[in-house]
Design a binder for this molecule. Structure first.
Ligand SMILES: [Cu+2]
Length: 625
Protein backbone atom coordinates (compact mmCIF):
# COMPACT_ATOMS: atom_id res chain seq x y z
CA UNK A 1 0.00 0.00 0.00
CA UNK A 2 0.96 3.63 -0.32
CA UNK A 3 0.44 5.53 2.94
CA UNK A 4 -1.79 2.69 4.13
CA UNK A 5 -4.21 3.06 1.25
CA UNK A 6 -5.17 1.36 -1.98
CA UNK A 7 -5.05 3.35 -4.16
CA UNK A 8 -2.51 5.76 -2.69
CA UNK A 9 -3.27 9.47 -2.48
CA UNK A 10 -3.57 11.19 -5.84
CA UNK A 11 -0.70 13.49 -6.76
CA UNK A 12 -1.87 16.77 -8.28
CA UNK A 13 0.54 19.10 -10.05
CA UNK A 14 0.42 21.93 -12.54
CA UNK A 15 2.06 21.78 -15.90
CA UNK A 16 5.51 23.34 -15.75
CA UNK A 17 6.08 22.50 -12.14
CA UNK A 18 9.04 20.68 -10.77
CA UNK A 19 7.83 17.63 -8.88
CA UNK A 20 9.55 15.99 -5.94
CA UNK A 21 8.28 12.70 -4.59
CA UNK A 22 10.11 10.75 -1.93
CA UNK A 23 9.39 7.05 -1.95
CA UNK A 24 10.24 5.25 1.25
CA UNK A 25 10.18 1.47 1.53
CA UNK A 26 8.37 0.80 4.79
CA UNK A 27 7.62 -2.85 4.07
CA UNK A 28 8.31 -4.51 7.39
CA UNK A 29 11.39 -6.69 7.15
CA UNK A 30 10.03 -9.15 9.71
CA UNK A 31 7.29 -10.26 7.36
CA UNK A 32 7.90 -13.75 5.98
CA UNK A 33 9.16 -13.82 2.42
CA UNK A 34 7.65 -16.60 0.38
CA UNK A 35 9.51 -15.94 -2.82
CA UNK A 36 9.35 -13.56 -5.72
CA UNK A 37 11.15 -10.26 -5.40
CA UNK A 38 10.58 -10.06 -1.69
CA UNK A 39 10.60 -6.79 0.12
CA UNK A 40 12.06 -4.50 -2.55
CA UNK A 41 10.20 -1.64 -4.14
CA UNK A 42 10.56 1.06 -6.78
CA UNK A 43 7.94 3.43 -8.12
CA UNK A 44 7.37 4.50 -11.71
CA UNK A 45 5.39 7.58 -12.81
CA UNK A 46 3.48 6.07 -15.66
CA UNK A 47 3.18 8.27 -18.73
CA UNK A 48 5.43 11.02 -17.43
CA UNK A 49 8.11 11.40 -20.06
CA UNK A 50 10.89 12.26 -17.60
CA UNK A 51 12.57 14.64 -19.99
CA UNK A 52 16.19 14.86 -18.86
CA UNK A 53 15.31 13.01 -15.66
CA UNK A 54 15.62 9.35 -16.57
CA UNK A 55 17.06 8.79 -13.09
CA UNK A 56 13.54 9.33 -11.69
CA UNK A 57 11.80 6.78 -13.92
CA UNK A 58 11.78 4.14 -11.20
CA UNK A 59 12.74 0.99 -13.10
CA UNK A 60 14.99 -1.38 -11.15
CA UNK A 61 18.39 -2.00 -12.71
CA UNK A 62 17.65 0.29 -15.64
CA UNK A 63 17.46 3.60 -13.77
CA UNK A 64 17.92 2.85 -10.07
CA UNK A 65 18.47 0.16 -7.48
CA UNK A 66 15.28 -1.26 -6.02
CA UNK A 67 14.78 0.09 -2.51
CA UNK A 68 15.34 -2.28 0.39
CA UNK A 69 13.20 -1.92 3.52
CA UNK A 70 14.09 1.36 5.22
CA UNK A 71 15.62 2.94 2.13
CA UNK A 72 14.18 5.92 0.34
CA UNK A 73 14.57 7.57 -3.04
CA UNK A 74 13.80 11.12 -4.12
CA UNK A 75 12.16 11.33 -7.55
CA UNK A 76 12.58 14.77 -9.05
CA UNK A 77 11.31 15.76 -12.46
CA UNK A 78 9.67 18.46 -14.55
CA UNK A 79 6.30 18.12 -16.23
CA UNK A 80 6.93 20.74 -18.91
CA UNK A 81 4.70 19.65 -21.75
CA UNK A 82 2.07 17.23 -20.53
CA UNK A 83 -1.35 17.64 -19.00
CA UNK A 84 -3.87 14.97 -18.21
CA UNK A 85 -4.23 11.71 -16.37
CA UNK A 86 -1.33 9.61 -15.22
CA UNK A 87 -0.61 7.25 -12.37
CA UNK A 88 2.24 5.99 -10.30
CA UNK A 89 2.79 2.33 -9.56
CA UNK A 90 5.38 -0.06 -8.23
CA UNK A 91 7.69 -1.48 -10.89
CA UNK A 92 8.89 -4.51 -8.97
CA UNK A 93 7.39 -7.95 -9.32
CA UNK A 94 3.60 -7.84 -9.14
CA UNK A 95 3.49 -5.19 -6.43
CA UNK A 96 1.62 -2.73 -8.60
CA UNK A 97 -1.48 -4.79 -7.79
CA UNK A 98 -1.80 -2.67 -4.64
CA UNK A 99 0.97 -0.06 -4.86
CA UNK A 100 -0.48 2.58 -7.15
CA UNK A 101 -2.23 5.92 -7.16
CA UNK A 102 -3.47 8.58 -9.55
CA UNK A 103 -1.39 11.47 -10.80
CA UNK A 104 -3.09 14.44 -12.43
CA UNK A 105 -1.31 17.23 -14.27
CA UNK A 106 -3.46 20.35 -14.52
CA UNK A 107 -2.83 22.88 -17.20
CA UNK A 108 -3.27 25.73 -14.74
CA UNK A 109 -5.28 26.85 -11.72
CA UNK A 110 -8.28 27.15 -14.02
CA UNK A 111 -8.39 23.37 -14.28
CA UNK A 112 -7.86 22.67 -10.59
CA UNK A 113 -11.16 22.07 -8.75
CA UNK A 114 -9.60 23.08 -5.45
CA UNK A 115 -8.32 26.40 -6.78
CA UNK A 116 -11.44 27.91 -8.29
CA UNK A 117 -14.59 29.45 -6.94
CA UNK A 118 -17.33 26.85 -6.77
CA UNK A 119 -19.58 28.40 -9.38
CA UNK A 120 -16.87 28.61 -12.01
CA UNK A 121 -16.43 26.06 -14.75
CA UNK A 122 -13.14 24.25 -14.92
CA UNK A 123 -11.11 24.81 -18.07
CA UNK A 124 -8.37 22.46 -19.19
CA UNK A 125 -6.99 22.70 -22.70
CA UNK A 126 -9.93 23.16 -25.06
CA UNK A 127 -12.52 21.67 -22.67
CA UNK A 128 -14.72 23.01 -19.92
CA UNK A 129 -16.66 21.09 -17.30
CA UNK A 130 -18.02 21.49 -13.80
CA UNK A 131 -15.98 19.04 -11.81
CA UNK A 132 -13.92 15.89 -12.08
CA UNK A 133 -13.67 12.44 -10.51
CA UNK A 134 -10.90 9.87 -10.53
CA UNK A 135 -11.90 6.28 -11.27
CA UNK A 136 -9.04 3.83 -10.85
CA UNK A 137 -9.62 0.24 -11.95
CA UNK A 138 -7.59 -2.62 -10.56
CA UNK A 139 -7.54 -6.32 -9.81
CA UNK A 140 -7.10 -8.18 -6.57
CA UNK A 141 -6.01 -11.73 -5.81
CA UNK A 142 -6.50 -13.58 -2.53
CA UNK A 143 -2.91 -14.76 -2.60
CA UNK A 144 0.21 -13.72 -0.79
CA UNK A 145 2.12 -11.54 -3.21
CA UNK A 146 5.42 -13.34 -2.68
CA UNK A 147 3.85 -16.75 -3.27
CA UNK A 148 2.11 -15.34 -6.28
CA UNK A 149 5.37 -14.11 -7.79
CA UNK A 150 7.15 -17.34 -6.99
CA UNK A 151 4.38 -19.27 -8.72
CA UNK A 152 4.81 -17.31 -11.95
CA UNK A 153 8.54 -17.91 -12.14
CA UNK A 154 8.51 -21.43 -10.75
CA UNK A 155 8.04 -24.98 -11.96
CA UNK A 156 4.37 -25.19 -11.02
CA UNK A 157 3.18 -22.47 -13.34
CA UNK A 158 0.35 -23.56 -15.56
CA UNK A 159 -1.63 -20.41 -16.32
CA UNK A 160 -2.35 -16.92 -15.10
CA UNK A 161 -5.19 -17.10 -12.62
CA UNK A 162 -8.10 -14.75 -12.89
CA UNK A 163 -8.26 -12.05 -10.24
CA UNK A 164 -10.61 -12.80 -7.35
CA UNK A 165 -11.96 -9.27 -7.60
CA UNK A 166 -12.04 -6.29 -9.89
CA UNK A 167 -11.85 -3.11 -7.83
CA UNK A 168 -12.91 0.46 -8.52
CA UNK A 169 -11.02 3.02 -6.46
CA UNK A 170 -9.79 0.10 -4.38
CA UNK A 171 -13.30 -1.04 -3.41
CA UNK A 172 -15.62 -3.87 -4.30
CA UNK A 173 -17.57 -6.80 -2.94
CA UNK A 174 -15.99 -10.17 -3.62
CA UNK A 175 -19.22 -12.11 -3.40
CA UNK A 176 -22.45 -10.17 -3.15
CA UNK A 177 -24.25 -13.27 -1.95
CA UNK A 178 -22.53 -13.50 1.41
CA UNK A 179 -22.80 -11.35 4.49
CA UNK A 180 -20.10 -8.78 4.76
CA UNK A 181 -17.93 -7.73 7.64
CA UNK A 182 -18.64 -4.36 9.10
CA UNK A 183 -15.37 -2.95 7.84
CA UNK A 184 -16.27 -3.70 4.24
CA UNK A 185 -16.87 -0.41 2.48
CA UNK A 186 -18.83 -2.04 -0.30
CA UNK A 187 -18.90 -0.62 -3.78
CA UNK A 188 -17.21 2.68 -4.48
CA UNK A 189 -19.65 5.53 -4.80
CA UNK A 190 -18.94 8.27 -7.30
CA UNK A 191 -21.02 11.22 -6.09
CA UNK A 192 -22.33 13.69 -8.66
CA UNK A 193 -24.91 16.45 -8.86
CA UNK A 194 -27.67 16.58 -11.41
CA UNK A 195 -27.27 18.66 -14.59
CA UNK A 196 -23.53 19.04 -14.53
CA UNK A 197 -20.70 18.01 -16.79
CA UNK A 198 -18.07 15.82 -15.15
CA UNK A 199 -14.67 14.81 -16.34
CA UNK A 200 -14.03 11.23 -15.29
CA UNK A 201 -10.35 10.33 -15.23
CA UNK A 202 -10.32 6.59 -15.78
CA UNK A 203 -7.09 4.82 -14.93
CA UNK A 204 -6.37 1.27 -16.04
CA UNK A 205 -4.35 0.11 -13.05
CA UNK A 206 -5.15 -3.53 -13.72
CA UNK A 207 -2.47 -6.15 -13.40
CA UNK A 208 -3.70 -8.51 -16.07
CA UNK A 209 -7.03 -8.10 -17.81
CA UNK A 210 -8.31 -5.61 -20.34
CA UNK A 211 -11.75 -4.51 -19.15
CA UNK A 212 -14.86 -2.96 -20.57
CA UNK A 213 -16.10 0.03 -18.58
CA UNK A 214 -19.56 1.56 -18.84
CA UNK A 215 -22.05 3.57 -16.80
CA UNK A 216 -25.76 2.85 -16.98
CA UNK A 217 -27.71 5.60 -18.69
CA UNK A 218 -24.71 7.78 -19.53
CA UNK A 219 -22.85 8.19 -22.77
CA UNK A 220 -19.22 9.15 -22.49
CA UNK A 221 -17.30 11.64 -24.61
CA UNK A 222 -13.63 10.72 -24.73
CA UNK A 223 -11.40 13.81 -24.66
CA UNK A 224 -8.06 12.52 -23.45
CA UNK A 225 -6.05 9.38 -24.04
CA UNK A 226 -2.82 8.84 -22.09
CA UNK A 227 -2.19 12.50 -21.32
CA UNK A 228 -2.98 13.97 -24.74
CA UNK A 229 -6.19 15.58 -25.94
CA UNK A 230 -8.21 14.08 -28.74
CA UNK A 231 -11.16 15.41 -30.68
CA UNK A 232 -14.26 14.57 -28.63
CA UNK A 233 -15.54 11.12 -29.47
CA UNK A 234 -18.74 9.58 -28.09
CA UNK A 235 -18.83 6.02 -26.82
CA UNK A 236 -21.17 3.79 -24.84
CA UNK A 237 -18.34 1.84 -23.26
CA UNK A 238 -14.58 2.01 -22.92
CA UNK A 239 -12.08 -0.76 -23.46
CA UNK A 240 -9.38 -0.13 -20.86
CA UNK A 241 -6.11 -2.05 -20.85
CA UNK A 242 -3.57 -2.20 -18.05
CA UNK A 243 -1.64 1.07 -18.17
CA UNK A 244 -4.17 3.01 -20.24
CA UNK A 245 -5.89 6.23 -19.17
CA UNK A 246 -8.91 8.00 -20.59
CA UNK A 247 -10.72 11.17 -19.68
CA UNK A 248 -14.39 11.21 -20.60
CA UNK A 249 -17.03 13.88 -20.14
CA UNK A 250 -20.44 12.81 -18.91
CA UNK A 251 -23.55 14.93 -18.47
CA UNK A 252 -25.64 14.11 -15.45
CA UNK A 253 -28.99 14.91 -17.02
CA UNK A 254 -30.85 11.81 -15.85
CA UNK A 255 -33.30 11.55 -13.00
CA UNK A 256 -31.82 11.59 -9.55
CA UNK A 257 -30.93 7.96 -8.88
CA UNK A 258 -28.12 5.45 -8.61
CA UNK A 259 -26.52 4.23 -11.82
CA UNK A 260 -24.44 1.09 -12.07
CA UNK A 261 -20.83 1.26 -13.24
CA UNK A 262 -19.69 -2.15 -14.42
CA UNK A 263 -16.47 -3.78 -15.47
CA UNK A 264 -16.47 -6.76 -17.80
CA UNK A 265 -13.64 -8.88 -19.17
CA UNK A 266 -12.61 -8.16 -22.74
CA UNK A 267 -10.29 -10.33 -24.82
CA UNK A 268 -10.56 -13.10 -22.27
CA UNK A 269 -10.80 -16.02 -24.67
CA UNK A 270 -13.73 -18.12 -23.55
CA UNK A 271 -14.16 -16.87 -20.00
CA UNK A 272 -17.44 -15.27 -18.99
CA UNK A 273 -17.32 -11.54 -19.40
CA UNK A 274 -19.14 -10.64 -16.18
CA UNK A 275 -17.01 -9.68 -13.19
CA UNK A 276 -17.64 -8.55 -9.64
CA UNK A 277 -16.23 -5.10 -10.51
CA UNK A 278 -18.95 -2.56 -9.83
CA UNK A 279 -19.32 0.97 -8.57
CA UNK A 280 -22.19 3.40 -8.34
CA UNK A 281 -22.62 6.76 -9.94
CA UNK A 282 -24.82 8.37 -7.34
CA UNK A 283 -26.78 11.53 -8.00
CA UNK A 284 -26.83 13.40 -4.72
CA UNK A 285 -29.98 14.21 -2.80
CA UNK A 286 -31.34 10.87 -3.81
CA UNK A 287 -34.39 9.97 -1.79
CA UNK A 288 -35.21 6.56 -3.20
CA UNK A 289 -34.90 3.35 -1.20
CA UNK A 290 -31.83 2.35 -3.16
CA UNK A 291 -29.04 2.26 -0.66
CA UNK A 292 -26.22 0.50 -2.47
CA UNK A 293 -24.58 -0.82 0.61
CA UNK A 294 -24.69 -0.04 4.28
CA UNK A 295 -24.22 -1.92 7.47
CA UNK A 296 -26.51 -1.84 10.46
CA UNK A 297 -24.33 -1.79 13.57
CA UNK A 298 -27.21 -2.71 15.84
CA UNK A 299 -28.16 -5.93 14.12
CA UNK A 300 -24.73 -6.71 12.68
CA UNK A 301 -26.46 -7.34 9.38
CA UNK A 302 -26.25 -5.70 6.02
CA UNK A 303 -28.90 -3.08 5.49
CA UNK A 304 -30.39 -1.62 2.38
CA UNK A 305 -30.59 -3.03 -1.09
CA UNK A 306 -27.98 -3.26 -3.72
CA UNK A 307 -28.21 -1.35 -6.88
CA UNK A 308 -27.04 -4.42 -8.75
CA UNK A 309 -30.45 -5.98 -8.39
CA UNK A 310 -31.90 -3.19 -10.51
CA UNK A 311 -31.11 -4.54 -13.95
CA UNK A 312 -32.56 -1.52 -15.69
CA UNK A 313 -29.82 0.56 -14.14
CA UNK A 314 -27.00 -1.64 -15.36
CA UNK A 315 -24.95 -0.80 -18.42
CA UNK A 316 -24.70 -3.23 -21.29
CA UNK A 317 -21.75 -4.13 -23.45
CA UNK A 318 -21.41 -5.44 -26.98
CA UNK A 319 -21.18 -9.22 -26.96
CA UNK A 320 -18.13 -9.50 -29.14
CA UNK A 321 -14.71 -7.95 -28.92
CA UNK A 322 -13.65 -5.91 -31.93
CA UNK A 323 -10.06 -5.85 -33.11
CA UNK A 324 -8.70 -2.30 -32.92
CA UNK A 325 -11.96 -1.13 -31.31
CA UNK A 326 -12.44 2.63 -31.92
CA UNK A 327 -8.85 3.58 -32.40
CA UNK A 328 -9.13 4.43 -36.08
CA UNK A 329 -11.87 6.96 -35.34
CA UNK A 330 -9.77 9.05 -32.98
CA UNK A 331 -7.94 12.21 -33.96
CA UNK A 332 -5.41 14.28 -32.06
CA UNK A 333 -7.10 17.46 -30.88
CA UNK A 334 -4.43 19.76 -32.26
CA UNK A 335 -4.03 17.98 -35.55
CA UNK A 336 -1.85 15.26 -36.91
CA UNK A 337 1.78 15.49 -35.87
CA UNK A 338 4.01 15.98 -38.94
CA UNK A 339 6.35 13.30 -37.56
CA UNK A 340 3.87 10.60 -38.55
CA UNK A 341 4.08 11.63 -42.21
CA UNK A 342 7.85 11.45 -42.34
CA UNK A 343 9.96 8.54 -43.45
CA UNK A 344 11.32 6.59 -40.54
CA UNK A 345 15.06 6.07 -40.20
CA UNK A 346 14.60 2.37 -39.59
CA UNK A 347 12.14 -0.31 -38.57
CA UNK A 348 12.83 -2.85 -35.86
CA UNK A 349 10.80 -5.90 -35.01
CA UNK A 350 10.04 -7.08 -31.49
CA UNK A 351 8.68 -10.58 -31.67
CA UNK A 352 7.09 -11.82 -28.48
CA UNK A 353 6.84 -15.52 -27.74
CA UNK A 354 6.18 -17.91 -24.91
CA UNK A 355 8.23 -21.01 -24.21
CA UNK A 356 9.10 -23.43 -21.44
CA UNK A 357 12.78 -23.64 -20.51
CA UNK A 358 13.95 -26.05 -17.79
CA UNK A 359 10.34 -26.56 -16.82
CA UNK A 360 9.69 -22.84 -16.31
CA UNK A 361 7.47 -20.73 -18.50
CA UNK A 362 8.91 -17.48 -19.80
CA UNK A 363 7.96 -14.78 -22.25
CA UNK A 364 10.57 -13.68 -24.74
CA UNK A 365 11.21 -10.74 -27.01
CA UNK A 366 13.32 -11.86 -29.93
CA UNK A 367 14.10 -14.98 -27.90
CA UNK A 368 15.47 -13.02 -24.95
CA UNK A 369 13.59 -13.08 -21.68
CA UNK A 370 14.07 -9.98 -19.52
CA UNK A 371 14.73 -10.77 -15.90
CA UNK A 372 14.84 -8.49 -12.93
CA UNK A 373 17.88 -8.76 -10.73
CA UNK A 374 20.70 -7.68 -12.99
CA UNK A 375 23.86 -6.88 -11.14
CA UNK A 376 24.39 -3.24 -12.09
CA UNK A 377 22.14 -0.31 -12.83
CA UNK A 378 22.63 0.44 -16.51
CA UNK A 379 22.10 4.19 -16.02
CA UNK A 380 24.77 4.38 -13.33
CA UNK A 381 27.25 2.58 -15.56
CA UNK A 382 26.49 5.07 -18.33
CA UNK A 383 26.95 8.07 -16.04
CA UNK A 384 30.12 6.59 -14.57
CA UNK A 385 31.37 5.94 -18.09
CA UNK A 386 32.08 2.32 -17.26
CA UNK A 387 29.81 1.08 -20.01
CA UNK A 388 30.81 0.93 -23.67
CA UNK A 389 28.98 3.27 -26.04
CA UNK A 390 26.66 1.66 -28.59
CA UNK A 391 28.11 0.66 -31.93
CA UNK A 392 25.83 0.45 -34.93
CA UNK A 393 27.78 -2.60 -36.09
CA UNK A 394 26.61 -4.48 -32.98
CA UNK A 395 22.97 -3.98 -33.88
CA UNK A 396 20.92 -6.75 -35.38
CA UNK A 397 19.59 -5.16 -38.58
CA UNK A 398 16.11 -6.62 -38.17
CA UNK A 399 15.50 -6.59 -34.44
CA UNK A 400 17.75 -3.67 -33.50
CA UNK A 401 19.11 -5.69 -30.55
CA UNK A 402 22.64 -4.81 -29.48
CA UNK A 403 24.29 -8.08 -28.54
CA UNK A 404 27.16 -6.41 -26.66
CA UNK A 405 25.03 -4.19 -24.47
CA UNK A 406 21.95 -6.39 -24.20
CA UNK A 407 19.71 -3.42 -25.02
CA UNK A 408 18.04 -1.87 -28.05
CA UNK A 409 20.14 1.17 -28.91
CA UNK A 410 18.66 4.34 -30.37
CA UNK A 411 20.46 7.27 -31.99
CA UNK A 412 19.61 10.81 -31.07
CA UNK A 413 16.60 12.18 -32.96
CA UNK A 414 16.09 9.20 -35.21
CA UNK A 415 12.56 8.16 -36.04
CA UNK A 416 12.18 4.47 -35.31
CA UNK A 417 9.23 2.31 -36.27
CA UNK A 418 8.77 -0.60 -33.91
CA UNK A 419 6.79 -3.63 -35.04
CA UNK A 420 5.37 -5.45 -32.05
CA UNK A 421 4.67 -8.97 -33.22
CA UNK A 422 2.33 -11.17 -31.24
CA UNK A 423 2.58 -14.93 -31.53
CA UNK A 424 0.99 -17.97 -30.01
CA UNK A 425 1.78 -21.63 -29.59
CA UNK A 426 -0.38 -23.95 -31.58
CA UNK A 427 -2.19 -25.22 -28.51
CA UNK A 428 -2.65 -21.74 -27.02
CA UNK A 429 -4.97 -18.93 -28.10
CA UNK A 430 -3.54 -15.67 -29.43
CA UNK A 431 -3.39 -13.17 -26.56
CA UNK A 432 -3.68 -9.41 -26.58
CA UNK A 433 -0.73 -7.50 -25.13
CA UNK A 434 -0.83 -3.89 -23.88
CA UNK A 435 2.60 -2.43 -24.70
CA UNK A 436 3.87 0.58 -22.81
CA UNK A 437 6.80 2.84 -23.69
CA UNK A 438 8.74 4.63 -20.97
CA UNK A 439 10.27 8.05 -21.62
CA UNK A 440 8.19 8.50 -24.75
CA UNK A 441 4.73 8.58 -26.03
CA UNK A 442 4.38 6.96 -29.44
CA UNK A 443 2.11 6.91 -32.44
CA UNK A 444 0.52 3.66 -33.54
CA UNK A 445 0.69 3.99 -37.32
CA UNK A 446 -0.32 0.53 -38.54
CA UNK A 447 -1.58 -2.86 -37.47
CA UNK A 448 -2.32 -6.17 -39.10
CA UNK A 449 -2.85 -9.91 -38.94
CA UNK A 450 -0.46 -12.81 -38.94
CA UNK A 451 3.29 -12.41 -39.16
CA UNK A 452 4.61 -9.00 -40.19
CA UNK A 453 6.97 -9.05 -43.11
CA UNK A 454 8.67 -5.94 -44.37
CA UNK A 455 8.07 -6.79 -48.04
CA UNK A 456 4.37 -7.32 -47.66
CA UNK A 457 3.43 -5.06 -44.74
CA UNK A 458 6.15 -2.44 -44.62
CA UNK A 459 4.12 0.23 -46.39
CA UNK A 460 0.83 -0.31 -44.59
CA UNK A 461 -0.46 2.86 -42.92
CA UNK A 462 -3.97 1.99 -41.82
CA UNK A 463 -4.33 4.32 -38.84
CA UNK A 464 -5.58 7.52 -40.45
CA UNK A 465 -4.83 10.00 -37.65
CA UNK A 466 -2.35 8.51 -35.19
CA UNK A 467 -2.68 9.89 -31.69
CA UNK A 468 0.14 10.35 -29.22
CA UNK A 469 -0.17 7.81 -26.43
CA UNK A 470 2.07 5.70 -24.26
CA UNK A 471 0.22 2.42 -24.48
CA UNK A 472 -0.84 0.37 -27.48
CA UNK A 473 -2.89 -2.76 -27.15
CA UNK A 474 -1.63 -5.25 -29.71
CA UNK A 475 -4.77 -7.12 -30.59
CA UNK A 476 -4.98 -10.82 -31.24
CA UNK A 477 -5.33 -11.05 -34.98
CA UNK A 478 -5.65 -14.07 -37.17
CA UNK A 479 -2.90 -16.65 -37.37
CA UNK A 480 -0.94 -17.22 -40.51
CA UNK A 481 1.08 -20.38 -40.34
CA UNK A 482 2.64 -19.52 -43.64
CA UNK A 483 4.94 -16.95 -42.15
CA UNK A 484 6.39 -18.92 -39.26
CA UNK A 485 9.85 -20.19 -40.10
CA UNK A 486 10.46 -23.96 -39.74
CA UNK A 487 12.44 -23.64 -36.49
CA UNK A 488 9.80 -21.52 -34.84
CA UNK A 489 7.21 -23.22 -32.72
CA UNK A 490 5.08 -20.14 -32.38
CA UNK A 491 2.83 -18.61 -34.99
CA UNK A 492 2.50 -14.91 -35.76
CA UNK A 493 -1.04 -13.80 -34.99
CA UNK A 494 -1.12 -10.02 -35.02
CA UNK A 495 1.09 -6.95 -34.95
CA UNK A 496 1.06 -3.24 -34.36
CA UNK A 497 3.61 -0.77 -35.64
CA UNK A 498 4.38 2.15 -33.39
CA UNK A 499 6.64 5.10 -34.09
CA UNK A 500 8.85 6.89 -31.62
CA UNK A 501 11.11 9.89 -32.01
CA UNK A 502 14.31 9.31 -30.09
CA UNK A 503 14.37 12.76 -28.54
CA UNK A 504 14.82 11.88 -24.89
CA UNK A 505 18.21 10.40 -24.05
CA UNK A 506 17.87 7.73 -21.38
CA UNK A 507 17.57 4.07 -20.48
CA UNK A 508 13.92 3.35 -21.11
CA UNK A 509 11.90 0.25 -20.46
CA UNK A 510 9.35 -0.96 -22.96
CA UNK A 511 7.16 -3.80 -21.82
CA UNK A 512 3.87 -5.56 -21.90
CA UNK A 513 1.76 -3.99 -19.13
CA UNK A 514 0.10 -7.31 -18.45
CA UNK A 515 2.25 -7.66 -15.34
CA UNK A 516 2.54 -11.46 -15.22
CA UNK A 517 3.77 -11.35 -18.83
CA UNK A 518 6.26 -8.63 -17.92
CA UNK A 519 7.39 -10.49 -14.85
CA UNK A 520 7.93 -13.59 -16.96
CA UNK A 521 10.21 -11.65 -19.27
CA UNK A 522 8.13 -9.61 -21.74
CA UNK A 523 10.21 -6.48 -21.39
CA UNK A 524 13.24 -4.84 -22.96
CA UNK A 525 15.41 -1.78 -22.49
CA UNK A 526 16.09 1.00 -24.96
CA UNK A 527 19.48 2.60 -24.58
CA UNK A 528 18.89 5.96 -26.19
CA UNK A 529 21.86 8.17 -27.05
CA UNK A 530 23.62 7.36 -23.76
CA UNK A 531 26.39 9.86 -24.51
CA UNK A 532 23.75 12.61 -24.20
CA UNK A 533 22.35 11.49 -20.87
CA UNK A 534 23.22 14.25 -18.48
CA UNK A 535 23.60 14.40 -14.79
CA UNK A 536 24.12 18.14 -14.70
CA UNK A 537 22.60 21.46 -13.82
CA UNK A 538 19.01 22.40 -14.50
CA UNK A 539 20.16 24.95 -17.04
CA UNK A 540 21.59 22.27 -19.21
CA UNK A 541 18.43 20.24 -18.74
CA UNK A 542 16.36 23.20 -19.82
CA UNK A 543 18.38 23.66 -22.96
CA UNK A 544 18.11 20.01 -23.79
CA UNK A 545 14.43 20.34 -23.27
CA UNK A 546 14.11 23.19 -25.75
CA UNK A 547 16.10 21.29 -28.26
CA UNK A 548 13.80 18.36 -27.84
CA UNK A 549 10.63 20.35 -28.21
CA UNK A 550 11.81 22.17 -31.28
CA UNK A 551 13.05 19.07 -32.99
CA UNK A 552 9.79 17.29 -32.35
CA UNK A 553 7.96 19.75 -34.54
CA UNK A 554 4.39 19.73 -33.43
CA UNK A 555 2.01 22.64 -33.39
CA UNK A 556 2.93 24.58 -30.31
CA UNK A 557 5.50 26.96 -31.66
CA UNK A 558 4.34 29.76 -29.43
CA UNK A 559 5.13 27.68 -26.41
CA UNK A 560 8.62 27.02 -27.71
CA UNK A 561 9.24 30.67 -28.39
CA UNK A 562 7.99 31.65 -24.97
CA UNK A 563 10.00 29.01 -23.25
CA UNK A 564 13.13 29.84 -25.17
CA UNK A 565 12.75 33.45 -24.23
CA UNK A 566 12.14 32.63 -20.61
CA UNK A 567 15.14 30.39 -20.34
CA UNK A 568 17.41 32.86 -22.06
CA UNK A 569 16.26 35.61 -19.76
CA UNK A 570 16.47 33.59 -16.61
CA UNK A 571 19.67 31.82 -17.44
CA UNK A 572 22.23 34.10 -15.99
CA UNK A 573 24.40 31.08 -16.43
CA UNK A 574 24.21 31.71 -20.12
CA UNK A 575 26.83 34.29 -19.39
CA UNK A 576 28.91 31.65 -17.75
CA UNK A 577 28.68 29.89 -21.07
CA UNK A 578 30.34 33.01 -22.46
CA UNK A 579 27.55 34.02 -24.77
CA UNK A 580 27.78 37.80 -25.11
CA UNK A 581 24.82 39.75 -23.74
CA UNK A 582 23.97 41.33 -27.08
CA UNK A 583 23.72 37.86 -28.63
CA UNK A 584 21.32 36.79 -25.89
CA UNK A 585 19.20 39.88 -26.47
CA UNK A 586 19.15 39.22 -30.15
CA UNK A 587 17.82 35.72 -29.55
CA UNK A 588 15.17 37.06 -27.21
CA UNK A 589 14.00 39.46 -29.88
CA UNK A 590 13.90 36.76 -32.48
CA UNK A 591 11.93 34.50 -30.18
CA UNK A 592 9.43 37.33 -29.86
CA UNK A 593 8.68 37.21 -33.57
CA UNK A 594 6.81 33.94 -33.40
CA UNK A 595 3.14 34.40 -32.95
CA UNK A 596 1.70 31.80 -35.27
CA UNK A 597 2.65 28.28 -36.08
CA UNK A 598 3.93 27.72 -39.56
CA UNK A 599 6.60 25.32 -40.58
CA UNK A 600 8.80 28.15 -41.87
CA UNK A 601 8.82 29.77 -38.49
CA UNK A 602 9.46 26.49 -36.84
CA UNK A 603 12.46 25.90 -39.08
CA UNK A 604 13.64 29.34 -38.20
CA UNK A 605 13.36 28.69 -34.51
CA UNK A 606 15.13 25.38 -34.93
CA UNK A 607 17.99 27.26 -36.56
CA UNK A 608 18.19 29.63 -33.64
CA UNK A 609 18.31 26.70 -31.36
CA UNK A 610 21.15 25.11 -33.27
CA UNK A 611 23.12 28.33 -33.04
CA UNK A 612 22.61 28.53 -29.31
CA UNK A 613 23.42 24.93 -28.77
CA UNK A 614 26.61 25.20 -30.76
CA UNK A 615 27.63 28.28 -28.83
CA UNK A 616 26.86 26.67 -25.54
CA UNK A 617 28.75 23.53 -26.03
CA UNK A 618 31.64 25.12 -27.79
CA UNK A 619 32.26 27.13 -24.64
CA UNK A 620 31.26 24.87 -21.86
CA UNK A 621 32.66 21.60 -20.74
CA UNK A 622 29.53 19.58 -20.07
CA UNK A 623 28.90 15.88 -20.46
CA UNK A 624 27.80 16.11 -24.03
CA UNK A 625 29.89 14.63 -26.77
CU1 LIG B 1 1.57 -9.43 -22.66
Amino acid sequence: MINNQVPGDPIYVYKGERVQVRVRNNILPDRPVYGGVGMQVSVHFHGIRQISSVDSDGVPFLTQRPLQPGESFLHEFNVPDQTGTFFYHAHVGLQEMSVFGAMVVYESEASDPTAIVAKDKLADGPFTYDDERIIALSEWWHTDRGQFEAYYLGLNFTRIFEADSFLINGQGIYDSGIDLDSYCKGYAIIPVQQDKVYRLRIIGAMTFRTVGFAIAGHKMTVIEVDGDYIKPYNVDFLEVSAGQRFSVLITTNNTVDDYGINLVRRWSDNLPSATNGHAILQYQKKTSELVPWSFDDETDLPAGTRILSRANLQPTFPLNDTVHWFWNNLEPYFGKDPIVERQSNRTIKLRGSQAIQNGMTRWYINYISFMEGLENVILYDVLNKTRPLPQISDRNPITGYDKTLGTYTLDHLEIVDIVIQTTHLEEEPCHSHPWHTHGHSHWEIAYGNGEYTEERDGRIRNVPNPIYKDLTLVYPGESEKLYASPDQKEIGCGWSKIRILADNPGIWAMHCHNSPHMYMGMMLAFEESPQLIIDESDDVKDFQYIQKRISKGNNTIKTYAKFLKMVLKSTTNAFAYKIPAHVINCYIERADIFTTSTSTEMDYLAKIWTEIFDLLFANQNVNVK
